[in-house]
Design a binder for this molecule. Sequence first.
Ligand code: BJ8
Length: 430
Amino acid sequence: MSEKYTEMWRSLGLNLEAHQGLLAVLSDAYKGIYLSQKNRPEGMKYFDFVISEVHGRRIVEIVEEKSRGKQVFGTFCVYVPEELILAVDGLCIGLCAGADVGTEEAEKYLPRNTCALIKAFMGFKLAGLCPYVESSDLIIGETTCDGKKKAYEILNEITGKVYVMELPNMKAEEGKRLWRSEVKKLADKLTEVSGKKITLEKLNEAATVVWEKRRALQRLSALRASDPSPISGLDCLLINQVSFYDNPVRFTQMVNALCDELEGRVKNNVGVVPKGTPRILVSGSPMAIPNWKLHAIIEGSGAVAVGEESCVGERNFKTQADPQFATVEQGLEAIADRYLTINCACFTPNEGRLDDIQDMAARLHAHGVIHYALQFCTPYMVEAYKVKQRLEEKEVPFLRIETDYSMEDMGQLKTRVEAFIEVMKDGMNK
Ligand code: BJ8
């Protein structure tokens, strides 16, 4: 990334030397994992460009939007309603991080046995490496897992700009009522920070933007059901990661343009891998950017990832709320109810997630499911038991993996994934 951004990074308070080092590592990893892939769709060029400018051009855009009076709202969870943020002309940016960065600093505040995602978002902030956190006017957290909700207290002590939504643990009527009132409270908070009231026109407009974004991602997901798969799992994972910080209207256009190209591929039987390649559904903890580890292993071992039952994946876009509301009040309730359809392991019971996994595996013609949990991510680590039980009942091959962001276990994971692919192949030949 060009030195032309140095002044901007300095004014955002980044640690310039460490930041330069981070960008160099990122760029090498991207070249090795992404640009070395064969037969990629032309439409991926846009996403390559976005990544090459992840701390450059996009931050310039954000700084410009801020100078025009817009606010930036950072989030860590797909439960935070993007529609509301857009309705106050805000920019919604996902702040989850997927790399071992600033771990030493983070461990001054957090126990070592904290999940890598939490350590990383704290680490990025503490090491002065994230221009998105520094640009945020308000950071919106949520009471999901224990690690996150306690880390938000510390993050608020450090930044002074954290607001937390209370997410229920159960989806019964009481939980629904609580969540609806939390969504209304967030609307008030956004109005307070931005100085803009949420009008019906603005809410319908914002909900339409989000609806179209989700529809484009649904379209992409459906195209992966084809054999041969017209696009790699790595590329789809990247697109889902980019969806959390790109301009949503432009992002939707580019995903739709890519889907047009992929439809042509499907029609002509063109794939990134040969027909009959073993197909894997990945399910579990979110894979924040630049966490490409498991997909790189899967696709480097002769299989293809055809779906992600994950918040950086289908959990984020599976359900929709019809974006034409009659009143603001009705709109806020419909939006709250739509978010409560997301099946995160932080809820109990969470049978809906088991149905989602089973449904995705069938719909995408997966030959097996890899359950991915970040170490110390208790909700997903524990729920893996029920996922295994359900998939065994349906005779779907299942592999359970627990890992973090380090590269130390790459060899061991590769051996396990390769052995799993052999098991899947046996099933495919029956
Ligand atoms: S809706 S998955 S985005 S909470 S990996 S920090 S759960 S210990 S991220 Fe999530 Fe919202 Fe749920 Fe989705 Fe905790 Fe697990 Fe770490 Fe996690």
